[in-house]
Design a protein around this ligand. Structure first.
Ligand code: ASP
Length: 612
């Protein structure tokens, strides 16, 4: 957890307080000295100094102020109070630098108790020690903590900024239904039973994908929505059943246009939240991302790129390196790692599916011909010292080439994996992340490395029936120049799909869509979706496409992840007001719950006994 305040809170000054009060607690400063003010809020702390003097810290969503009361007061934590007092400079030596209002206090205070409070189950300080399940159970108290209120304010400011940036670019905000029909994202869906059409179900949308494409057929041309999406998937730190996307679709555009539209939004947000001007957003092909970083979501806050050693070991006698690919990463200063740490890395690589992991500690790397005695030209061992369980199997020229290919100068640790291409890249990519991201965080915890990954393969893996699966979704347009490969070599077809990645987190994805029925039928065929199945699932979309569908494409930015990263949180639950636990429970309401017999009857549902 980071102790930096979100800068947004400073720039997000509150309007003049009205109602029962005339000042926000956190806004009182030396400029107000001498003024009589009234604040409202919660008692954060009380200290009785003597029978005639008490100090009470009162906080609201803007911050906290110390109130001096000339008597003993019966106030406890989280009591709701209204305090009127005079803004006074604190006596010298008693200022509190931790507090924004720490140079002043309210004196001669009159206190009105607006409500009492039970003792909260955990302390509401900025950094709560409480277990997350307790925080979620009493979320309304957890959210009262300044860090959480700041996160909510940050979220609101980012949404506001995104909305403005979209409107600025001529987009129209359209709300699409939540009671909907299956959409093509491919996750498990939530179903809602219909009371009026017993036995039939709505499906909660995994995204507004189909609706937004229909809006393009309708001629809306530029659509956006800050949309709730629902997917019944296993939950993780970066996943919730319901999440928010900035959902975008535009007509008569190319991939380049969509990237620029999204870049504009991202730059605006980062400008407001982090005051970064001219944010660099890179672009990389999926192939390069896999080749150099071993993943389609590269964390570019640090180097440690994967290097292909195919050339070096092309004719090697060492059996383990006689593989489809041999790749390595270099850990700077890694030669000092202990034997047990190296064993752990080997185990980890095996856990990730590698046949093995070869480590090499690079001792010294000298310059050939630099021997002190010209009669004794230095041997390879003088020039390069490699400590590795496999050193004895490597030829001298292989060692030399390895050193020069990896640009080694001594002190490094080289980790080598050999095997099938994709899995080798992915295993090394994972090791790179595990070894490098901590260092990257230490080097610059504020780094924001955005990158577009483009030219994804059209298909990725197969389903249980052996049919190819769409890497994005079935409406994604293949690269026009790859269309001829669709039937003969579908795995080589690239799609016009693109992902936006920030610091190794996938922020969202999008694509140019298929608007021609002919191409759509061919793609469905490649996916093993029959005409009848397509008609049954997406028939209404396919018929809409017969009435002049314009070329179109879009994108969706996962707002929870973006906000979490900008709030310097590593879990999206920290930026969601009422999230579910990892097992999908709502600790506060107890949902999901059983329905009464009557409810079930009304919905035409017959539910068996609850499993234990
Ligand atoms: N509907 C897609 C998703 O939610 C995004 C898009 O293609 O626009 O991932």
């Amino acid at each position: 957890m980071n102790n930096k305040e979100n800068q947004i809170s400073a720039s997000n000054r509150l309007d003049k307080a009205v109602g029962l009060r005339d000042k926000w607690c956190g806004e009182i400063g030396v400029g107000d000295i001498g003024e009589k003010v009234t604040i409202c809020g919660w008692v954060a702390k009380t200290r009785e100094h003597s029978q005639h003097l008490s100090f009470v810290d009162v906080r609201d969503r803007s911050g906290m102020i110390q109130c001096v009361i000339d008597s003993v007061v019966d106030l406890h934590s989280e009591y709701v109070v209204k305090v009127s007092g005079q803004v006074t400079r604190r006596p010298e030596g008693t200022e509190n630098v931790e507090l924004e209002t720490g140079s002043v206090e309210l004196t001669s205070c009159e206190v009105e108790v607006l409500n009492s409070s039970e003792t909260p189950p955990f302390s509401l300080g900025k950094y709560s020690e409480a277990d997350e399940s307790v925080r979620l159970r009493y979320r309304y108290l957890d959210l009262r903590r300044s860090k959480m209120l700041n996160n909510l304010q940050l979220r609101s400011a980012i949404n506001h900024c995104a909305r403005n940036a979209m409107v600025e670019q001529g987009f129209t905000e359209v709300e699409t239904p939540l009671l909907w029909t299956p959409t093509p994202e491919g996750a498990r869906e939530f179903a809602v039973p219909s009371r009026l059409q017993k036995g039939s179900f709505y499906v909660l949308p995994q995204s507004p994908q189909i609706a937004k494409q229909l809006l393009m057929v309708a001629g809306v041309d530029r659509y956006f929505q800050i949309a709730r999406c629902l997917r019944d998937e296993d939950l993780r730190a970066d996943r919730q059943f319901e999440f928010t996307q900035l959902d975008i679709e535009a007509s008569f555009v190319t991939m380049h246009d969509i990237l620029e539209i999204v870049n504009h939004v991202i730059r605006k947000i980062v400008m407001v939240v982090r005051q970064v001007e001219h944010l660099a957003i890179r672009t990389m092909t999926w192939k390069d991302a896999l080749e150099n970083y071993g993943t389609d979501k590269p964390d570019l806050r640090f180097g440690m790129e994967l290097v292909d050693l195919g050339e070096v070991f092309r004719e090697t006698q060492f059996r383990a390196f006689q593989a489809e690919v041999v790749k390595a990463i270099v850990v700077e200063d890694g030669a000092s790692l202990s034997r047990s740490r190296l064993d752990q890395l080997v185990d980890r690589a095996k856990e990730l599916g590698a046949l093995g992991l070869v480590w090499m500690k690079i001792g010294s790397v000298g310059v050939p011909g630099n021997s002190s005695s010209p009669d004794h030209p230095n041997s390879l061992e003088d020039i390069i010292s490699i400590e590795s369980p496999v050193a004895k199997f490597l030829q001298d020229h292989e060692k030399e080439q390895l050193i020069s290919k990896l640009g080694l100068s001594g002190g490094e640790l080289v980790l080598v994996v050999a095997g099938e291409h994709r899995s080798t890249c992915e295993i090394l990519g994972q090791l790179r992340l595990e070894l490098g991201s901590r260092l990257a965080n230490e080097a610059n915890e504020d780094a924001l490395e955005f990158v577009w990954v483009v030219d994804f393969p059209m298909f990725d893996g197969t389903d249980e029936a052996g049919n190819l699966q769409a890497a994005h979704h079935p409406f994604t347009m293949p690269h026009i120049e790859d269309l001829e490969l669709l039937e003969i070599n579908p795995k080589a077809v690239r799609s016009q799909a693109y992902d936006l990645v920030l610091n190794g987190w996938e922020l969202g994805s999008g694509s140019i869509r298929i608007h021609s029925n002919e191409i759509q039928s061919r793609v469905f065929k490649s996916l093993g979706i029959t005409q009848d199945q397509a008609q049954e699932r997406f028939g209404f979309l396919l018929s809409a496409f017969r009435y002049g569908a314009p070329p179109h494409g879009g994108f969706a930015v996962g707002m929870d992840r973006l906000i979490a990263l900008l709030a310097r949180e590593d879990n999206i639950r920290e930026v969601i007001a009422f999230p579910k636990t990892q097992s999908g429970l709502d600790m506060m309401t107890g949902a999901p719950k059983a329905l009464s017999k009557r409810n079930l009857q009304e919905l035409g549902l017959n539910v068996g006994p609850k499993p234990n």
